[in-house]
Design a protein around this ligand. Structure first.
Ligand code: SF4
Length: 545
């Protein structure tokens, strides 16, 4: 029987309180206020933003380097308004690492440069933007996940939010509250990389989409001893601990002389399922050049998130019947610059201009919403992504081919560019993990990192990771065990997947550990894992990430 739900109506509903949707909601309100100050026909739309985290910023994680170009466009006085900028880039390097040595790239092309960029904590920036959006009259609903689309007359007419208070078997507990039906003229999907509502809409409305590709970033925030780095230093690395065949790299950003962001991006997908992103970061930190900075310091926060890395060629259609797609859900990431927040914000601004136009004409047709795709096509965001469109693909031929194609000078005395490639299936990485023993000072187990992620979920709720029982029996415990040795044990940074042997061979899931990084859904080699939204409020609790 269909669940009865309370229904609320809005003109615009934003799904996801990330930089794209928050920028969009703020800009839309600015446009409306400017219009109302000059018009006899004021617009008074109701605008809501829903966020599955327990507060805005709880699920936001990035390096993060912010190019302020888009922020300048909609918030020119952001500094005066208290925007949490940690530092401005003062120095930057790009280096190739071998296990004991570092080779700085002598010439940094303009396309890699982070000149004038800002160092931010994305979770702090998101929290600040949410305050500004609320001050502009936007209604913000934290703890609220978009579980399902609401389709009416062949268009997205709203969303259904998460049911709260179901037990593991989906029986109603004493505190059961059915999710709400939030009806809207337009829904703006900005869930970040690999959003679950976007997946559902894609299969309903955007079946011609090119496939997206993904990497996984694992990040730690550290307090370090003063005197080792200066605020604003940005150091990026290729190479160690990855083989010359694998794409990925690390970063070290100094927010202040004592607070740093360190992380590692690993390439993941069905063709590289044995990679362990958490292990890659632990090994990266052991490089002597990094260990000497970290030693004596304390890791204060840890987390992980997939990154949409396909660029312009993997971008989905940006509009559909009743909806727009923004930010990383739309693939707004420039992998050449390792940046996407400015592109996400710009997509939000262009979406806001389209929504304003739709409100002005009281026309929410697909034809009117198409204006968003056209605005993007004519924007600097498109130009930037177009210029970088071949960068990530160049690394499919290996690290050195990619670096050469990226225009980087490769003449380092003492460096052999014919370093022996590791086997394609990266079996060695798996063997490596079995022998890797974190020391608890520089390197940490996944359990310890989880402790510093603030993760929490209501334990007694339906498992949000869906795998059919017949797939567990025939694929997980047979085919995958033989072919890959169950890579979910490796690629999940949160030990959600365990293969137990007592009393019987079984797949044990620990969904309450889940960091919502989405790696399992994109790296599962058989495509049998579906990530659905757990009860709103569950997941990590980032504060500095
Ligand atoms: Fe990430 Fe959660 Fe999947 Fe593990 S189970 S890979 S933490 S989304």
């Amino acid at each position: 029987m269909e669940q009865e739900r309370e229904s609320l109506e809005f003109d615009i509903v934003y799904v996801g309180a990330g930089p794209a949707n928050l920028a969009s909601a703020i800009h839309l309100q600015h446009l409306i206020k400017r219009h109302n100050a000059q018009s006899a026909n004021p617009l008074e739309p109701s605008i809501a933003v829903i966020e599955k985290g327990r507060y805005t910023g709880a699920h936001l994680l990035s390096g993060a380097l912010l190019d302020p170009r888009a922020l300048d466009e909609f918030f020119p006085d952001y500094r005066k308004q208290g925007c949490p900028i940690e530092a401005t880039v003062t120095k930057e390097t790009l280096s190739l690492l071998q296990s004991k040595r570092k080779f700085p790239i002598p010439f940094l092309p303009e396309t890699f440069s982070n000149k004038n960029s800002l160092l931010v904590s994305l979770s702090r920036l998101g929290a600040w933007m949410a305050e500004k959006a609320e001050a502009e009259g936007v209604q913000l609903f934290d703890n609220t996940a978009a579980s399902a689309p609401f389709i009416e007359n062949g268009r997205l007419a709203g969303i259904i939010t998460d049911d709260k208070g179901l037990d593991r078997e989906r029986n109603a507990k004493a505190n059961f509250e059915p999710g709400l039906l939030l009806k809207s003229n337009v829904t703006v999907i900005g869930e970040g990389s690999d959003g679950s509502l976007f997946r559902q809409l894609s299969s309903l409305f955007l079946s011609e989409n090119p496939g997206q590709r993904y990497e996984t970033g694992v990040k730690e925030t550290w307090r370090i001893t003063e005197g080792r780095l200066k605020a604003g230093e940005v150091h990026q690395f290729f190479g160690y601990p990855l083989s010359a065949e694998s794409y990925g790299g690390g970063w070290l950003y100094a927010f202040s002389p004592t607070l740093i962001s360190i992380g590692f991006i690993s390439s993941l997908g069905p063709d590289s399922p044995l990679c362990d992103p958490h292990l890659n970061l632990q090994r990266f930190k052991l490089h002597p050049q990094l260990a000497k900075i970290l030693i004596g310091g304390t890791m204060v926060e840890a987390g992980a998130r997939t990154i949409s890395s396909g660029g312009l060629d993997a971008m989905p259609q940006l509009h559909g019947p009743g909806f727009l797609v923004t930010g990383e859900s739309a693939g707004m990431v420039n992998m050449q610059r390792h940046k996407g927040i400015h592109l996400a914000m710009k997509s939000g601004l262009l979406a806001a201009e389209t929504l304003f136009d739709a409100l002005l004409h009281d026309d929410f047709s697909t034809e009117r919403l198409k204006g968003y795709s056209e605005r993007f096509r004519n924007s600097w965001a498109f130009e930037e992504l177009h210029a970088a469109r071949n960068y990530r693909k160049a690394f499919d031929k290996g690290l050195y081919a990619g670096l050469v194609q990226a225009g980087l000078q490769l003449s380092f005395p003492g460096l052999s560019l014919t370093a022996k490639a590791e086997p394609k299936k990266q079996k060695k990485l798996v063997d490596g993990e079995e022998t890797f023993r974190p020391d608890g000072q520089l390197t940490f187990s996944k359990e310890r990192s989880l402790f510093n992620s603030g993760v929490m979920h209501e334990e007694n709720q339906p498992c949000h990771l869906r795998i059919k029982p017949e797939d567990i029996a025939a694929i997980c415990l047979k085919k995958c065990l033989v072919e890959f040795g169950n890579p979910c044990k490796h690629f999940c940074p949160a030990t959600v997947y365990e293969i137990t042997t007592e009393p019987l061979l079984a797949l044990k899931l620990n969904p309450s550990n889940c960091l919502h990084c989405k790696t399992c859904e994109v790296a599962d080699p058989y495509g049998i894992i579906t990530w659905t939204t757990p009860e709103g409020g569950g997941g990590p609790g980032y504060k500095l990430s």
